[in-house]
Every structure is written in structure tokens, then in C-alpha cells.
Design a protein around this ligand. Structure first.
Ligand code: AMP
Length: 284
């Protein structure tokens, strides 16, 4: 598996592929690769000729006190997994090259970043949009694949690309789950066996909500109350948020219409997990 760490070399490879008439697909990740990441790589493989996967634990999207230092890093095993699903190249830049001394430029998407994860992680999305814009500028892909697992990130990246006229098509891939429904996440490995078993409440509560909507409930507050009470009954689970929002605007909705995003964030000990589902109410 080709691993490029140099920014200029990455730029050159992409330029060459474009000159050959190939389309470049891109999957940005922070490594600690699991089936969720691999599903995005497979999607990029289907949709483009040359597939680049970046592995970069981006310091600017972590706040002080978060898990930046202990975030799992294992380039060799990540590379094996990424190769097995047919990617062409891994781009793994160094932090000192991405953020050289005197680094001063950030991209901020307003409004959409205030709610949900914006409450407890106020500088997170500024780090995400900045690194994604930088990676787009270096890799220069035709398209990039992001996971619905991070639904607010999808809305924010789509808005950035639209607002800044960045010529990259954003493709969104569904949430990949463990057999018991827990959304795959690099952070699941932090969980103790007890926390791991409690964490199944996330998807269970999302499914209960979807069932309620299917049976005709349209009040966001009613759904939120039900989800909160289900999670509260679970050992060791501490709610960060449960919200129902418009999936594109990330603004609260009172009545569940055609598409409403139910998003949850819950602490299990020191590990914070997020999950979401799109609720489909009745049309009109
Ligand atoms: P990360 O390495 O956590 O920054 O994630 C890299 C990409 O993988 C993001 O677009 C995530 O949304 C996506 N991703 C992470 N977990 C999953 C999952 N369980 N299913 C689908 N996509 C995922």
C-alpha cells in the first residue's frame, strides 16, 4: 500500500491522475479503521478511478482535556485494512506540516455548528472544516465520502463546500453498526464490557423513536422525552444531548415532517458516543 506523508508529493500524484483523465475519490479519516470507514472506501472505489484515504488525527478538532493524546493510532494495521478494500493510496501527513509554526487560518461555518455537538465541543467543527478544506486543497479530489454517523459534520461540510464554491461532490454513506446495533466508532474500544453492553441503548432508543413516528407521533418533545427516559434507565449512561433538528440546517423542529434528524450524544464513563437516525413523518 502506497503511503504518502509529503504534502507536495500528494498534490503531484493527484495532479498526475487528473492529467490521465482519472477521477479522484477521497475518504478523510483519523485512522483506527473499522468497518464504518471501510464502507466509505468501498463507496469511493465504486464512484471513482483513484481512491485516496487520509489518516490524520487532527489536533485542531480536539479541545484541551479531550482524547487527542490517547486516540488510537496504528498505521500498519489501518493500511492493511484499507488496502483490502481496494484503495490506491494513503495520505498520512505530519502534524507539523499541516500546522506549521505561526499557523493562523481557520474556517468557521456559522449557525449549523452551534447546536448539538457545538454545545459541549465549541471549537470542534472549526477544526473539522479547517482540516477538511486543507485536505481538499492538497488531495484535490472530484468527490469525497463522509459517514452519516457524523450527521452534523455532513451538514457542516456540505455547507462549507457550497458556500466556498469548492468543486468537490460530497457523498454520504449510511451508518455501519455492530450486530447489536451499536454504531461502529474508533472510540468504542475505550468502553469497559459493562459500558459496551449499556451502549446498546443508543440504537435501541433511536429505533423506539422511529417506531413512535411510524405509529403517528409527530411532536418532537414527546419523542425526545421518550428517548431521554429510555437512556436514563440505563446503567452508567449520562445524556449529553437528545435533539430533533432539520438535517440540513441543524435547527430545532417542533413537528416531525418528511425528514427530521434525531441525534443523541451520551457519556459512558469518560467516553462520549454519538448516534442518529433520520425520522420520516407524514408528508405535508
Ligand atoms: P473518523 O475517523 O472518526 O474521523 O471518521 C472518518 C469518517 O468515517 C467520517 O466521515 C465518519 O462519519 C465515518 N464513520 C465513522 N464511523 C462510521 C460508521 N459507523 N458508519 C459509517 N461511517 C462512519
Amino acid at each position: 500500500m502506497d503511503v504518502v506523508t509529503d504534502i507536495d508529493e500528494m498534490r503531484l500524484v493527484s495532479e498526475r491522475k487528473r492529467a490521465e483523465g482519472k477521477t479522484v475519490g477521497f475518504v478523510p479519516t483519523m485512522g483506527a479503521v473499522h468497518e464504518g470507514h471501510l464502507s466509505l472506501v468501498r463507496r469511493a472505489r465504486e464512484l471513482s478511478d483513484f481512491v485516496v484515504v487520509s489518516i490524520f488525527v487532527n489536533p485542531t478538532q480536539f479541545s484541551p482535556g479531550e482524547d487527542f493524546r490517547k486516540y488510537p493510532r496504528d498505521l500498519e494495521s489501518d493500511a492493511r485494512a484499507i488496502e483490502s478494500v481496494g484503495a490506491d493510496l494513503i495520505f498520512a501527513p505530519e502534524s507539523r506540516d499541516m500546522y506549521p509554526g505561526g499557523y493562523a487560518t481557520y474556517i468557521i461555518v456559522e449557525n449549523l455548528t452551534k447546536e448539538l455537538c457545538g454545545h459541549s465541543r465549541p471549537t470542534h467543527f472549526r477544526g473539522v472544516t479547517t482540516v477538511v478544506a486543507k485536505l481538499f486543497a492538497i488531495v484535490n479530489p472530484h468527490m469525497a465520502v463522509f459517514g452519516q454517523k457524523d450527521a452534523q459534520q455532513v451538514a457542516v461540510v456540505k455547507r462549507m463546500v457550497r458556500d466556498l464554491n469548492i468543486p468537490v461532490t460530497i457523498e454520504v454513506s449510511p451508518v455501519v453498526r455492530e450486530p447489536d446495533g451499536l454504531a461502529m466508532s474508533s472510540r468504542n474500544r475505550y468502553l469497559t464490557p459493562e459500558q459496551r453492553s449499556s451502549a446498546t441503548v443508543l440504537y435501541r432508543s433511536l429505533c423506539l423513536a422511529a417506531d413512535s413516528v411510524a405509529s403517528g407521533v409527530t411532536s418532537s418533545n414527546d419523542i425526545i422525552r421518550k428517548v431521554r427516559s429510555t437512556i436514563r434507565k440505563t446503567d452508567g449512561a449520562k445524556i449529553d444531548y437528545v435533539y430533533i433538528v432539520d438535517p440540513d440546517e441543524i435547527s430545532h423542529v417542533e413537528r416531525i415532517g418528511e425528514n427530521a434528524l434525531l441525534a443523541v450524544a451520551v457519556w459512558f464513563g469518560k467516553t462520549r458516543l454519538i448516534d442518529n437516525i433520520v425520522l420520516h413523518g407524514k408528508k405535508g
